[in-house]
Ligand binder design. Structure first.
Ligand code: MG
Length: 160
């Protein structure tokens, strides 16, 4: 199992992408990629489960190949790494911390997007949303944070 955490700053003039879904909003997250903070936390959780370092190690933000990239492609790449090592997703659980916009209406679409990237069922992809009661940088609307845990399981049954 592994855990991941990420934060991106909210700014004017960017699209808001969360969990592979484009959410209509007056601000978006700033980053080298599409800055999908939920997918980034999930990727770090998956990488962490097999001690494969972190997302910045695999996709450096100094590399022009990743400028503006759809984070779903990063997630697919991470899943390929997991698969090469003989594992697949067991389940994952993501918590998105945002004061605004309302995340809940978009959760089923995010589950479908992430399940498609990870070649699994939406039942294996839990997404939760919370505010931080107007406290801290997320509460002031300066950014959005996400936490994730992921369990991976061997594809082939382990020999006794
Ligand atoms: Mg990030």
């Amino acid at each position: 199992m592994g855990m991941g955490f990420d934060v991106h700053r909210l700014v004017q003039g960017r699209e808001l992408w969360l969990g592979g879904v484009n959410i209509p909003w007056s601000q978006g997250l700033l980053g080298h990629s599409d800055a999908d903070v939920a997918i980034h936390a999930l990727c770090d959780a998956l990488l962490g489960a097999l001690a494969l370092r972190d997302i910045g190690y695999h996709f450096p933000d100094t590399d022009p190949r990743y400028k503006g990239i759809d984070s779903r492609l990063l997630l697919r790449h991470v899943m390929a790494l997991i698969g090469q090592r003989g594992y697949r997703l067991g389940n994952c659980d993501i918590t998105i911390c945002a004061e605004q916009p309302k995340i809940n209406p978009h959760i089923p679409a995010m589950q479908r997007q992430l399940a498609d990237c990870m070649d699994c069922s939406t039942d294996q992809v839990s997404i939760k949303a919370t505010t931080t009661e107007r406290l801290g940088y997320t509460g002031r609307g300066e950014g959005i944070a996400a936490y994730a845990v992921a369990l991976v399981e061997p594809i082939a049954p382990q020999q006794p």
